[in-house]
Write a protein that binds this ligand. Structure first.
Ligand code: FAD
Length: 453
């Protein structure tokens, strides 16, 4: 296989069977089972990807696309060996059309790289998962982040794709328009497909103007349930809030320790409102009123851009801060999402489960869309601790599903949540399997993820 792939790539620096390189592609950040691929290839162009996939198809060799490696549910583990296709070197912004609010990128572009590039146009791309993920990985997991409450998830912001299918053919889906009723929506089918239906080589994204004014605010509460209730009230009042993120006292303690900040160690909502100057002032005043009505202990608005950046940087580092509290800790996380009216009761249940299973975890979430995480750092070699996490995780997922929710708001299925998908999407699963069989009959694209074959 090495010689064949080297012949396609023509550069020994970009085809590797080095043990360390293989290990670095054995499963990424995920806490699930790891396994080395047989080989790692770093393509530089779409044509190389086409040639590699054609070679894999002719020889029935599995392929696992690899972005930044930050997915959590075992998405990247090459369960059947084969080729790990690392997109790090395909990281060019291909074209920006500022007047149309559209950008075309290669899949290895990261979200921070993209936003740095867009700043000079007064534009930004809002999807911001906690890790500096690649656009390819974010598309493949239907990622979201703190901005989802206003801007949606990747599904709402990917306009078009170029996809190498399992037989090596190159297909364009969607386009550059914000709406189209032209046939089946293959772009949406591909978003969230976790490398199991096709390999993306180009992604067209929708962009937004950087708002004239932005105000951030922080409200503290006596309990996480009270904070969740307050978030519920803001949404039910129809306030067009940009971000509303909940962190519990344990998370704030970790953030303070990790970042040297001095936030009050109590359940807190971090919020953002943006728009014109007048609209923003009005919006934040309304939010303040709603927070006070919900029993907030303190409320503080922040307009200083440096302090605002620090606040969101702290929030973005929250998960890693929590893991940093545990020596040699491995990040583990739940990811349920429930309808807004079920959020407070679900978070309360999450806290009870942490206590029942004697786990030292934190609760943080994108509560504006009903999505929250119970996060901690665990020692993967401590079987008892890991089992307690799995049992707690199971209870939290079952609770969410029985409260009209889902086992995953944004992290995806990978290999880790296939059992829950069976339960949650019992009637839809045969159709998902039929799609997989139709598009990848030899099961070479990231086998063993999302649906069983
Ligand atoms: C600290 C931390 C915080 C996080 N916070 C969030 C969050 O707020 N929101 C959120 O949604 N997620 C979050 N995540 C999870 C993770 O960042 C996302 O799932 C992200 O979208 C993965 O992107 P990646 O580039 O790392 O992809 P990878 O992990 O490398 O790959 C993810 C999946 O995409 C597939 N893939 C990659 N590139 C391609 C391609 N070119 N074509 C087809 N398939 C491809 C892979 O095969 C795999 O199935 C967090 C993770 C960490 C570690």
């Amino acid at each position: 296989m090495y010689n064949d792939l080297l012949a396609i790539i023509g550069d020994s620096e970009r085809v590797s069977v080095n043990e360390t390189v293989l290990r670095n592609h054995s499963g990424g950040t995920s806490y699930h089972q790891k396994k080395n691929p047989d080989i790692v290839v770093f393509p530089r162009s779409e044509q190389e990807v086409v040639e590699i996939v054609k070679y894999a198809a002719n020889n029935r060799i599995p392929i696992v696309p690899f972005g930044a490696g930050s997915s959590i549910e075992g998405h990247l583990t090459p369960l059947k060996g084969g080729i790990s296709l690392d997109f790090t070197l395909m990281n060019e912004v291909i074209a920006v059309h500022p007047e149309d609010f559209v950008v075309k990128v290669q899949p290895g572009v990261t979200r921070t790289q993209l936003n740095k590039h867009l700043k000079k146009y007064g534009l930004f791309f809002p999807i911001d998962p906690g890790a500096d993920a690649t656009v390819g990985g974010m598309t493949a997991t239907n990622a979201s982040g703190t901005n989802a409450v206003r801007y949606g998830t990747m599904k709402h912001n990917v306009l078009g794709l170029k996809v190498v299918m399992a037989d090596g053919s190159l297909v364009s889906t969607g386009g550059e328009v914000v709406k189209s009723s032209a046939g089946y929506n293959l772009t949406e089918l591909m978003v969230g497909s976790e490398g199991t239906l096709g390999v993306f080589t180009e992604i067209t994204l929708k962009l937004y103007g950087i708002p004239e004014a932005t105000i951030d605010a922080k409200a503290t509460f006596e309990s996480v349930e009270a904070a969740a209730k307050a978030a519920e009230l803001v949404l039910q009042a129809g306030v067009d809030i940009g971000k509303i993120e909940l962190v519990d006292a344990h998370t704030i303690l970790a953030v303070n320790t990790y970042n040297g900040t001095e936030f009050e160690e109590t359940p807190t909502l971090f919020m953002e409102y943006s728009g014109t100057k007048e609209a923003t002032e009005h919006g934040i005043a309304l939010i303040k009123e709603l927070m006070e009505d919900s029993g907030a202990i303190t409320f503080k608005a922040e307009t200083d851009s440096l302090k605002r950046a620090q606040l969101w940087e702290a929030r973005h580092h929250a998960a890693l801060s929590i893991v940093g509290m545990k020596p040699k800790g491995q990040l583990v996380s739940t990811d349920v999402c429930v309808p807004i009216s079920e959020l407070a009761v679900s978070i309360k249940y999450g806290r009870e489960m942490l206590e029942e299973y004697k786990l030292d975890g934190a609760i943080l979430g994108h509560v504006g869309d009903g999505n929250f995480h119970v996060v901690m750092g665990l020692n993967p070699d401590d079987e008892d601790e890991m089992q307690r996490f799995y049992d707690m995780h199971d209870k939290i997922v079952q609770f969410a599903i029985s409260h009209r929710g889902t086992c995953t708001g944004e992290h995806g299925i990978g290999s880790g949540k296939m059992n829950y998908l069976k339960k949650e999407k019992a009637t839809a699963l045969p159709i998902m399997r039929a799609i997989k069989v139709a598009l990848d009959p030899d099961n070479i694209l990231n086998p063993g993820k999302i649906v069983e074959r």
